[in-house]
Design a protein around this ligand. Structure first.
Ligand SMILES: Cc1cc2nc3c(=O)[nH]c(=O)nc-3n(C[C@H](O)[C@H](O)[C@H](O)COP(=O)(O)OP(=O)(O)OC[C@H]3O[C@@H](n4cnc5c(N)ncnc54)[C@H](O)[C@@H]3O)c2cc1C
Length: 380
């Protein structure tokens, strides 16, 4: 399969690449070192349309299609994985389910602000006792007249430190079998009873904010319910199907950036009187990295293309993530190897790439979960 980008997709790629080179790359090492989110870049990202790519034009987004979206995530991650995951969590995990499952009032209330960057979104599924087994979540929402009363604790919430809007999953029917009794809600940050905890100190993507979020007798109007009562788990799973293509793109971009650094270095570094690029050992690593990238890009773009054309894409999204995430770790590791000692230091961005790549094997479904999803489809 070959994948030819349209003129519009190429324009998106070039525009995001230019932005990533000029505005993201200069602060990438610093936000990593300081564990701080690049809030100063959010207005420019909004201006470029990066925060509204999963929102239709009539609701204030750029409605640019899934392929353009994954290209944008890839290009950001090529320079800084933290910028990429901020966009991904906001777009795939918050905007998208509101577009897909929200009613017209919810669309008008939330999407123009989210798409324009006036508000940032987050997705609250994981709990201390419910990670991979998300259906076992215990956060609860109980009806009280025309309100819902939300209680519970979420952990590892990307964008938690600064998000304005949270898509939250809670159990509304304690009697129903685990996945059936869950509903989704849209929660504003300023609602009384919402507390955001201290950010996690992480191995990688340190420029993204990852926090616990808790709810204590938080009162929501009935209109906060997203989709139907009891539909929450299905909303979460469908949202994560799309999110996986975004994480595959993030992994791909991290690997691409590391690869480019390795190629440039191999041509410059002289040992034994000639560039190390002349050594077959280095050439083979470059060949393997280039092949990995090509395969990952095809899987990732294919999944995005299927989604954009409203065809079944969930298995391809899992395959793209299952291939691209370990591929990203592998390529970043090879890039360090090509650079030798300096690759292990902060002098070059490949050590950051290596640390950033690892998370793509964990969030939005671990490698093991992707294998479960894929094998189930094959053995059905
Ligand atoms: C930086 C970061 C950002 C995140 N952002 C968000 C976010 O924005 N919103 C959100 O809701 N969550 C978020 N998460 C949570 C993330 O999605 C979970 O960490 C992930 O789903 C794994 O859950 P867990 O950590 O509880 O691991 P566990 O579920 O405890 O898994 C531990 C190990 O057991 C394996 N395992 C578990 N069950 C099975 C099984 N049935 N078969 C085979 N192996 C299995 C796993 O693959 C893993 O290797 C984030 C996490 C991190 C670290």
């Amino acid at each position: 399969m070959s994948f030819e980008l349209t003129d519009e997709q190429l324009i998106t790629r070039d525009a995001v690449r230019q932005f990533a080179d000029s505005t993201v790359a200069p602060i990438a090492a610093e936000i990593d070192r300081d564990h701080r989110a690049p809030l100063e870049n959010l207005p420019a990202m909004a201006e470029l349309g990066l925060l509204g790519m999963t929102v239709p034009e009539e609701l204030g987004g750029s409605g640019s299609g899934t392929v353009s979206y994954v290209i944008a995530v890839e290009e950001l991650a090529r320079r800084c994985a933290s910028h990429a995951v901020i966009v991904e969590a906001h777009s795939s995990l918050c905007c998208w389910p509101i577009v897909a499952f929200g009613n017209p009032e919810q669309h008008q209330a939330y999407l123009p602000d989210l798409a324009g960057g006036a508000k940032i979104g987050a997705f609250c599924l994981t709990e201390p006792g419910a990670g991979t087994d998300a259906a076992s979540l215990t956060s609860s929402a109980r009806r009280d007249g025309d309100q819902w009363v939300l209680n519970g604790q979420k952990v590892f919430i990307t964008n938690g430190g600064f998000a304005d809007v949270f898509v939250v999953f809670a159990r509304t029917d304690p009697e129903a079998p685990s996945a059936k009794g869950i509903s989704a809600f849209i929660v504003d940050r300023q609602t009384a009873g919402l507390t955001v905890g201290d950010p996690e100190r992480k191995l990688g993507i340190r420029g993204s904010s990852t926090t616990p979020v808790s709810f204590s007798d938080l009162r929501l109007p009935a209109t906060s319910l997203l989709g139907r009562e009891g539909q929450g788990f299905a909303i979460a799973m469908r949202t994560l199907d799309g999110g996986r293509t975004g994480i595959a793109a993030q992994a791909l971009g991290i690997a691409q950036g590391a690869y480019e650094t390795a190629v440039a270095y191999a041509k410059e570094r002289i040992q034994f009187g000639r560039p190390i690029a002349n050594l077959q050992a280095i050439q083979w690593m470059i060949a393997d990295m280039a092949t990995d990238l090509e395969a990952g890009r095809l899987l990732c773009y294919q999944a995005a293309d299927l989604e954009e054309r409203h065809l079944d894409f969930a298995i391809q999204a899992s395959m793209a993530k299952l291939f691209c995430a370990p591929m990203s770790v592998r390529v970043a590791s090879s890039a360090i190897q090509v650079l030798g000692g300096v690759g292990y230091t902060e002098s070059y961005p490949v050590e950051r790439a290596y640390r950033d790549a690892k998370i793509t094997e964990i969030y939005e479904g671990t490698n093991e979960v992707q294998r479960l999803v894929i094998s189930k489809s094959q053995l059905r």
